[in-house]
Design a protein around this ligand. Structure first.
Ligand SMILES: Nc1ncnc2c1ncn2[C@@H]1O[C@H](COP(=O)(O)OP(=O)(O)OP(=O)(O)O)[C@@H](O)[C@H]1O
Ligand code: SF4
Ligand SMILES: [Mg+2]
Length: 360
């Protein structure tokens, strides 16, 4: 695949180092460049939020790192190092041995990952027996401890139940428990709260945070909602059309964002301080077609600041003023422009200390 990359030198000290990762899907219409030159690092005990609209490549990025891709018609290039070991190029069998034990995924739709006709207990205990070689009694004790750790009340009873007997929030807790079963060091949570109401959403996000701290894990939190990552990620990576278009430590992103797409995403989320019935901004136009990408900035057809330079060449990732801040734009927003676009230059990143217990 073609070209430009966000390549950063490896630090050698990180749990995950992704460098110039490219994943293309070969289709009749051409190669869909779902992940196109993405680089980032993630340390143990930290959460990186990956945000972007539908189709930006968030899930494909997570799947590309895990090697959870079809074996045919997919091109995967670049480098992914886990604790310094290169995992791109490993066979499917070798990758399988990492799933669950080294890295695990809470998938986008909890219902699709739970078998509707099998009891919760069987679904959690089976991988424990297969992957960790536990006998039935040990597997049951571990499953009970896992359900307890994700704050599911009456875990003994839940083990005997089927997925449809649980609420959406409880199902998501079960899926998280299953993902944690083999003690992974890295957890991919793909839209873990999308289908949940706001209170349950906060509980699940706080649950992930607590588990991350207890286990010293790293989390990659994938979402389309900047609001979700505002209080739950140490760093935010904004993706557009398979590319990283802005990245920064969380507070820096909200106070110093420079990329018009990031500002547009922020303007599209509801805010507590706007009057009731205020119309939310929508990002005009459609996301780029990843099989037929034009030269130039991929956001240009939808950007109110686009000019000829934007159409002619794609901006590189450039450093912002704060450490760890990078953005991809020829005409970055200054505070007055940001103020016009989002209605607020500074967005308070508040702390949420909600209890993560079910129903709390
Ligand atoms: N099997 C496939 N064949 C062709 N294109 C695909 C396939 N899977 C994903 N894509 C394309 O890859 C791009 C990235 O998809 P991805 O699922 O990663 O998006 P996403 O950011 O996770 O979106 P969402 O928020 O809707 O989950 C999209 O343009 C999508 O259409
Ligand atoms: S490079 Fe141009 S088109 Fe792209 S986001 Fe910046 S101003 Fe808009
Ligand atoms: Mg997705």
């Amino acid at each position: 695949m073609a070209a430009d990359s966000d390549t950063k030198p490896p630090t050698g000290a990180c749990l995950l180092e992704v460098e110039d990762l490219r994943t293309g899907i070969v289709t009749d219409r051409g190669v869909v460049r779902a992940v196109d030159g993405v680089s980032f690092t993630l340390e143990r005990g930290r959460t990186v939020g990956i945000v972007g609209e539908s189709g930006a490549g968030k899930t494909m990025l997570a799947r590309s790192i895990m090697g959870l891709l079809p074996t045919t018609d997919v091109i995967r290039e670049g480098s992914v190092r886990l604790d310094g070991d290169e995992i791109i190029g490993r066979s499917h069998k070798e990758m399988r041995s990492l799933w669950g034990t080294e890295m695990s995924m809470v998938p986008q739709d909890p219902m699709t990952s739970l078998n509707p006709v099998r009891r919760i207990g069987a679904q959690i205990m089976e991988p424990l027996r297969l992957r960790l070689g536990l006998d039935r009694r040990e597997a049951k004790a571990t499953a009970l401890a896992l359900l307890d750790s994700v704050r599911i009340p009456d875990p003994e009873k839940r083990l005997r139940e089927y997925p449809h007997q649980l609420s959406g929030g409880m199902r998501q807790r079960v899926v998280i428990a299953a993902a944690l079963a083999s003690g992974p060091r890295l957890l991919f949570a793909d839209e873990p709260t999308t289908a949940l109401d706001v209170t349950v959403q906060a509980q699940i996000l706080n649950l992930l945070k607590r588990i991350r701290e207890e286990r010293d894990m790293a989390i990659m939190l994938v979402t389309h909602d900047l609001g979700v990552v505002a209080n739950h990620a140490d760093e935010i990576i904004v993706m557009y059309a398979g590319r990283v278009v802005e990245r920064a430590p969380t507070k820096v992103l909200f106070t110093e964002m420079r990329m018009p797409y990031t500002a547009a995403l922020l303007a599209s989320i509801p805010r507590l301080d706007t009057p009731v019935h205020t119309k939310l901004e929508v990002i005009q136009g459609r996301p780029a077609d990843l099989a037929t990408l034009a030269t130039g900035c991929r956001f240009a057809p939808r950007c109110q600041f686009a000019d000829q330079q934007c159409l002619d060449s794609e901006p590189p990732l450039s450093p912002g003023t704060s450490e760890g801040h990078e953005f991809r734009c020829w005409h970055p927003l200054d505070p007055p422009k940001l103020s016009r676009t989002t209605g607020a230059v500074a967005v308070a990143v508040t702390s949420t200390n909600h209890d993560d217990r079910q129903g709390a």
